[in-house]
Design a protein around this ligand. Structure first.
Ligand SMILES: Nc1nc2c([nH]c(=O)n2[C@H]2C[C@H](O)[C@@H](COP(=O)(O)OP(=O)(O)OP(=O)(O)O)O2)c(=O)[nH]1
Length: 141
């Protein structure tokens, strides 16, 4: 089966109450239109995953990010391809997250993670996020 290598950004910030929030986007086109995901895309030849991620976020959201640690690599079999997706924690360096390709976007707290309809592969990552320290407020760590 064809393997598609993708990178995705779990962009993290804080809301006014100091709770961690992460940025979810809704696909605006193609086979998975309407499904929720983490912004990112395919790694091009010669790029490191981190370089690919910075390029994709610049293209899709007109925003410069700082790429942090690898949260997980999701392996998922879709009917016509195998997805291997590196998911990195990220922070905004500059820019306003302009939706150039996506239909919609939302900032979600940990409690809100189940409130959008994630793409099948992302469900695995959401489980990891819920159990992880990545979206725990500093003071609770
Ligand atoms: N970006 C992204 N893609 C995801 C996620 N979950 C998931 O199953 N995918 C799948 C959907 C697509 O088949 C593939 C990513 O393709 P893409 O369409 O974002 O990549 P791209 O911008 O480089 O490609 P293209 O449409 O320009 O060819 O990975 C996710 O959280 N983020």
């Amino acid at each position: 089966m064809k393997i598609i290598r993708v990178v995705a950004a779990v962009i993290k910030a804080e809301n006014k109450q100091g709770q961690p929030i992460i940025f979810a986007t809704q696909r605006g086109y193609g086979e998975f239109k309407g499904g929720w995901e983490f912004p990112g895309g395919k790694i091009e030849p010669g790029e490191t995953p981190q370089e690919a991620l910075k390029r994709e976020i610049q293209e899709e959201l007109d925003t410069k990010i700082k790429v942090g640690s690898l949260i997980d690599t999701i392996e998922y079999d879709y009917p016509t391809f195998h997805l291997s997706m590196d998911c990195f924690l990220a922070e905004i360096e500059s820019g306003n997250l302009v939706l150039k390709e996506h239909e919609a976007a939302r900032w979600l707290t940990r409690e809100e993670l189940d409130s959008v309809d994630w793409l099948p592969a992302d469900v695995l990552l959401i489980d990891t996020l819920k159990q992880s320290k990545f979206i725990t407020p500093e003071k609770e760590m």
